[in-house]
Design a protein around this ligand. Structure first.
Ligand code: ADP
Length: 484
């Protein structure tokens, strides 16, 4: 890995504006998932460093809160510029630490930076209200004020964007933050924090705590009463655990949790467009996003045509090292991930599914899996109810529109959903009928900085991006002025 600016490869934790080692002196290695080779070593911090980072964020809070929105906006704008200037280095870091194909990593560098730009703009629009009074002697208003110290815990699949999507609105609102990046991909986060410092984010306003053992750090972040908000992105199981812990001090929480996205293709759909949409939704980030199509339901009349065309399109995707420009699907993040995917496929094949293409580990070895399309998948197979997080697409049949919606909704999850259809009335009915936080209609790609991203049911609480993402870090204070 050759960075244009080698000083972006950090190896320590960021506490109160200083790069520090773990108290214990312990470090852990960050591995290239394709080869298993270490590409960096970082400080492995615990509860004590976490306490100090929270104290630093608390100390930095009053001055940051009392700065003007314009001052915070200017610093965020500068941070955005630095992220953009260094986007190739950020992309390289991501690709090397978690295996995102390089062209997608370049896309994420820009996407991640875009949240900082957006919230530099939204910082200046945290408007309160004047409320028509119910009493002539009183005047009524609301103020929007920053919640306080924010803890953010993020996953490895979007090493930059999951951090900027939380930290940028937190800082814009006037909050200070303590971030625990993922153990599989801490290097991009550390580089982004270095750039935040260069942009003028004050000491203590943004702290970063790499660790190979998330529990002690997470326990402190959730138990410490100074932390007023927890924003988490990751699995539903971990989210539930953290919510329960955060309940002890009644912290405000935002949760972006797992998905089990349905992708419905109705018989009036443009089949070629649906194939293209399904490939885009399923195989992005090697199939490792919480909004990747997890269950593809195709209406009877077009099932055979769709399956044939989809399998052919998937078979064309080039599997290879993430750093190669021509690679469409790279390695999975680690060996645990590949074992889980392999288990799900083996279970489905044993219970009667067929592989239209792929179906086993890739000849490249280690963390590579063949791009796979399974047919005749049934609800008793584990793959029907678990998040796949790999380049495997199960196909299901359905008969009527009502059946399709019911099958799609038959899950405790409710993050993203997709469907392809032609009829306008059907598009409205299905959009309204899907119990999901997000619906993609005739498209497999829905994310963007201006729109509210988030789920319902066990997929989460709250929204990120858009103007709603800023509100997650603001409290509404009602002020009643009497004696008038
Ligand atoms: P996945 O690794 O499948 O994306 P996780 O929910 O395990 O999902 O991980 C998401 C983030 O949550 C990571 O940063 C991970 O380190 C963190 N995490 C996992 N367990 C805990 C815990 N007990 N306390 C705090 N953070 C945790």
């Amino acid at each position: 890995m050759q960075l244009t600016d080698p000083t972006l490869l950090r190896s320590q934790a960021l506490v109160n504006g200083e790069w520090v080692d773990a108290d214990s002196g312990k470090t852990f290695e960050v591995l290239n998932p394709a080869t298993g080779e270490a590409i960096g070593t970082v400080a492995d911090v615990g509860a004590n460093e976490t306490r100090r980072a929270i104290a630093a964020a608390e100390a930095a809070f009053p001055a940051w809160r009392d700065s003007t929105a314009k001052q915070r906006s200017d610093i965020l704008r500068r941070w955005h510029e630095l992220l953009m200037e260094n986007r190739e280095d950020l992309a390289q870091l991501m690709t090397y630490e978690m295996g995102k194909p390089i062209n997608e990593a370049r896309g994420e560098a820009v996407f991640g930076a875009s949240f900082v730009e957006w919230y530099s703009e939204e910082a200046r629009r945290a408007y309160g209200e004047i409320i028509p009074t119910h009493d002539p002697s009183k005047r009524l208003m609301t103020l929007k004020q920053p919640i306080g110290v924010v803890a953010a815990i993020t996953p490895w699949n979007f090493p930059l964007a999951m951090i900027t999507r939380k930290v940028a609105p937190a800082l814009a609102a006037g909050c200070t933050a303590v971030v625990k990046p993922p153990e599989d991909a801490p290097l991009t986060a550390l580089a982004a924090a270095e750039l935040a410092g260069r942009a003028g984010v004050p000491a203590g306003a943004l702290n970063l705590l790499p660790t190979s053992e998330p529990a002690p750090v997470g326990d402190e972040l959730t138990a410490n009463p100074v932390v007023r908000k927890l924003s988490f992105t990751g699995s539903t199981a971990t989210g539930k655990h953290l919510m329960a812990k955060a309940a002890g001090t009644v912290k405000n929480v935002s949760m972006e949790l797992g998905g089990n996205a349905p992708f419905l293709v109705f018989d009036d759909a443009d089949v070629d467009a649906a194939v293209e949409g399904a490939v885009a939704s399923k195989y992005r980030n090697n199939g490792q996003t919480c909004i990747c199509a997890n269950r593809i339901y195709v209406q009877d009349a077009i099932y055979e045509e769709f399956a044939k065309k989809f399998a052919a399109a998937v078979a064309d995707l080039r599997v290879g090292p993430a750093i190669d420009e021509a690679t469409a699907v790279g390695p999975l993040v680690n060996e645990k991930a590949i074992e889980k995917v392999d288990d799900l496929v083996t279970d489905a094949l044993a219970k009667g599914a067929g592989a239209l293409t792929g179906g086993k580990r890739h000849a490249l070895g280690r963390t590579y899996y063949e791009v796979t399309v399974l047919t005749d998948v049934t609800p008793d197979m584990r793959i029907s109810s678990e998040e796949i997080f790999g380049p495997v697409a199960p196909l299901y049949r359905f008969e009527t529109e009502e059946d399709g919606i019911a099958l799609a909704n038959h899950t405790p999850y409710g993050l993203a959903s997709y469907f392809f259809a032609g009829d306008n009335a059907r598009i409205w009915r299905v959009s309204e009928g899907l119990e999901y936080g997000m619906v993609g209609v005739n498209t497999g790609l829905i994310s963007g900085v201006t729109v509210p991203f988030g789920g319902i049911k066990e997929s989460g609480i709250g929204r990120e991006g858009s103007h709603e993402g800023l509100a997650e870090y603001l409290e509404t204070k009602f002020v009643c002025v009497g004696g008038i």
